[in-house]
Every structure is written in structure tokens, then in C-alpha cells.
Design a binder for this molecule. Structure first.
Ligand SMILES: [Zn+2]
Length: 217
């Protein structure tokens, strides 16, 4: 998870929100547990705007969502049906994070890290040992976030490991070139190459940021 800056509300929401809210209210009046429609809150235009915000990555696990993603309600609709079509409550999740997400009554969302809260940097609460995610300095918010979205699930660890292998291959190559040329210092372009893994558009960038900091790269 990294910090995500919210873009402006997409036009479709500005135009349709009131109508969708009213229709949903009517449906709930007839059937209290009626679900909000993903064809509305998950409209293509909304999805595209959320993808642009996160460089096409899941807001929670930072995996690339090019193969598919879902619009997620940060605050559950079951708790706040009035936020079903509220732009600031719409987040982008890979289908796996959305599926395994712990309900609010198990892990309350207000005790977790919010990627869209610009005042909090998830890097201060989450750290990595290789591909394993941990709560930094035993941060409770970090711990809750890992639990809420199962950021320590095996399938995700193995994806992070794969990405880490690409990085290690590049790093080893840089070190071997330095060795071959009898250099102690890394060239700027070599450092840039490694830092590219930690840029916000790269998958699992927080893991690499953590790694680069630890190795002062
Ligand atoms: Zn995810």
C-alpha cells in the first residue's frame, strides 16, 4: 500500500449520483438488504479514473490490476448505504483483495491505513523482510491493515518474490559490472535503474522502497 492522491470526481458520478442514490434508496425500502449495483458504482469511467490514480494497481496490495479489478467501497455499504455512490468512498481493489477482505466488524476500517489519507504515509506503518510484509515498529494500524486485506497471503508473497527476483537480477548485474570495472561507487544511471522499482507506478513499490532504504541505495 502506498499513498494515493485522489483525482477529481468523474463526470458520470456528477451526472448520475443523485439518480442512482434515489433508485438505491427505493430498492432498499422494498428489500432492506438490497445490494448497490456494481454496474453503477463500478462504472467503466469510475474504474478508469481510479486506475489513473493508482497507476493501474490495487489500492491495497499494489499488485498490477491489468488483468481485472473491482471498485470497492472503503466504508462498507452495509454500514453506510448513503456512501454507495460517493466518490471519496470508491477505491480500486484486485479481485483477490476484495474477496479476502475482512468485514468491518472483524477489522474496523478506521483502525487500518487508508491509502487515500494524504496525511499518513503507509511506509511508516508497513515494512518488508524480503517478500514478507510486517507492521513497522509494531504499528497497530500496520498490523490491522495486513490482517484486513490479508497482505501476508501466500499467493501475494509469491508474486512479490517474483518481482524481487527481477530486482535482484538487475542488482547483481550492476554489482558485477562495478566489480568488473574495479569501481566502488555506483553510477547514477545504475542507481536510477534500481530506484525505478520503488517508483509509485511499479508493482509492490513499497517493498522496494523499504529494501532500497535499508541498503542505502
Ligand atoms: Zn490487491
Amino acid at each position: 500500500m502506498i499513498r494515493i492522491r485522489r483525482l477529481d470526481e468523474p463526470a458520470v458520478l456528477e451526472v448520475k449520483k443523485a439518480q442512482w442514490d434515489r433508485a438505491y434508496q427505493d430498492r432498499r425500502a422494498k428489500k432492506p438488504d438490497a445490494k448497490a449495483w456494481s454496474s453503477q458504482y463500478g462504472h467503466e469511467e469510475i474504474k478508469r479514473r481510479l486506475q489513473a490514480m493508482s497507476h493501474h494497481k490495487c489500492f491495497y496490495c499494489e499488485r498490477s490490476v491489468k488483468d481485472g479489478c473491482e471498485v470497492d467501497h472503503y466504508i462498507e455499504v452495509a454500514e453506510r448505504p448513503d456512501l454507495a455512490h460517493e466518490w471519496r468512498n470508491l477505491y480500486l481493489a484486485c479481485s483477490e483483495c476484495n474477496r479476502v477482505k475482512q468485514p468491518n466488524k472483524v477489522v474496523p476500517v478506521d483502525q487500518c491505513l487508508d491509502p487515500c489519507d494524504v496525511s499518513v504515509d503507509p511506509a511508516e506503518h508497513l515494512a518488508f523482510a524480503a517478500d514478507l510484509v510486517q507492521a513497522r515498529n509494531n504499528s497497530e494500524r500496520g498490523r490491522n491493515t495486513i490482517q484486513k486485506y490479508a497482505l501476508d497471503r501466500l499467493e501475494l508473497e509469491s508474486e512479490r518474490r517474483k518481482q524481487l527476483l527481477y530486482f535482484m537480477t538487475a542488482y547483481t548485474e550492476v554489482l558485477s559490472t562495478m566489480n568488473h570495472e574495479g569501481r566502488q561507487a555506483m553510477r547514477d544511471d545504475e542507481r536510477e535503474l534500481l530506484r525505478r522499482f520503488a517508483q509509485p507506478e511499479a508493482p509492490f513499490s513499497l517493498m522496494f522502497r523499504s529494501y532500497l532504504e535499508r541498503h542505502t541505495l
